[in-house]
Design a protein around this ligand. Structure first.
Ligand code: RB5
Length: 143
């Protein structure tokens, strides 16, 4: 188990952005678990969302990043898994609040919705923001 790893998964629509984000994290010395897909050939986003769900459920990764065209379908699939709290974000404010208030452990991004700079901004914020606990913990328990 390597729960401090950050896992990545994307469908064909998110493949290029996934590669850009992984390159950025590798350059910063982060260990990354790439769950696929491996090209722009068409695949079904639920398959990748479930791979992420299994990686988080099993403790193979402590955090994850999902990318599809909108970020919607792949996050819906991942959120079916018990340990996953996937947050679809389009700004670093959403990424920050998803960590502070929701203790989100998976960041979902839409490659057809945001550009690479916004995606990187979301990712850096997501990785560097802590959960606030307190009243938010009580609410999480109700999920
Ligand atoms: C694929 O065309 C597209 O439907 C998918 O990437 C995603 O946007 C689904 O939610």
């Amino acid at each position: 188990m390597s729960g401090n790893k950050i896992a990545f998964a994307a469908d064909h629509a998110g493949y290029e952005l996934k590669c850009q984000l992984i390159r950025a994290l590798n350059d910063q010395g982060h260990e990354v678990l790439d769950l696929g897909c491996d090209s722009t050939d068409s695949v079904d986003y639920p398959d990748l969302g479930h791979l992420m769900g299994e990686a988080i459920d099993n403790g193979d990764a402590g955090m994850g990043v999902l990318v599809c065209g909108t970020g919607i379908g792949i996050s819906i699939a991942a959120n079916r898994h018990k340990s996953v709290r996937a947050a679809l974000c389009t700004s670093s404010l959403m990424a920050r609040l998803s960590r502070q208030h929701n203790d989100a452990n998976v960041l979902a991004l839409g490659a057809r919705i945001i550009g690479v700079e916004t995606a990187l901004d979301c990712l850096q914020t997501f990785m560097n923001t802590a959960f606030e606990g307190g009243r938010h913990q009580r609410r999480l328990e109700k999920i």
